[in-house]
Design a binder for this molecule. Structure first.
Ligand SMILES: [Zn+2]
Length: 157
């Protein structure tokens, strides 16, 4: 199954938000076979390569309840993700995942985000853990902010 994580937020003077290629995602996962949810957040690191039967994945775990070996891979983001312009309070996709035997349940925003402002300046390694961020941009003399970030997880084809 494929799933995507989208976010929306109240944006002020922000033209794009995207996860860095090395971003580690922290999520809880539901076992599609038995419904067991991972008790803690697990980390899915795109730099981790695990060899399983017939595939290389970024995360693999045996379900504690049904003992099935499940796995997750982060799909490489479309290059356009860096060039797009996003709107305040509109859902926009941030990452997609290829899941075998798992479904993503909850997501932490965490760190390693890039934020672009209308002048084209990019802020890297932004921590959006709290779902909020603000800065004063000296170059354009404007306040920039992200407020009330929300996420949703969609099933994709
Ligand atoms: Zn299970």
């Amino acid at each position: 199954m494929r799933q995507g994580i989208s976010i929306k937020a109240e944006l002020e003077e922000i033209s794009n938000i995207y996860p860095q290629l090395d971003k580690t995602w922290f999520v809880t996962l539901t076992c599609s076979n038995c419904g067991e949810v991972t008790p803690n957040m697990v980390s899915i690191d795109p730099c981790t390569q695990i060899e399983i039967v017939k595939a290389t994945v970024n995360f693999a775990m045996k379900c504690k309840l049904c003992r099935r070996e499940n796995s997750v891979s982060i799909e490489t983001a479309d290059k356009q993700i860096k060039d797009r312009t996003i709107e305040s309070e509109q859902w926009v996709q941030m990452a997609t995942f290829d899941l075998r035997g798992f479904e993503i349940k909850d997501v932490e925003f965490g760190e390693n985000w890039s934020i672009v402002i209308p002048s084209g300046k990019t802020y890297s390694d932004v921590d959006l853990s709290t779902g909020e961020w603000s800065e004063y941009d000296e170059g354009s003399s404007t306040s920039i902010s992200i407020l009330n970030m929300e996420y949703k997880v969609d099933k994709l084809k």
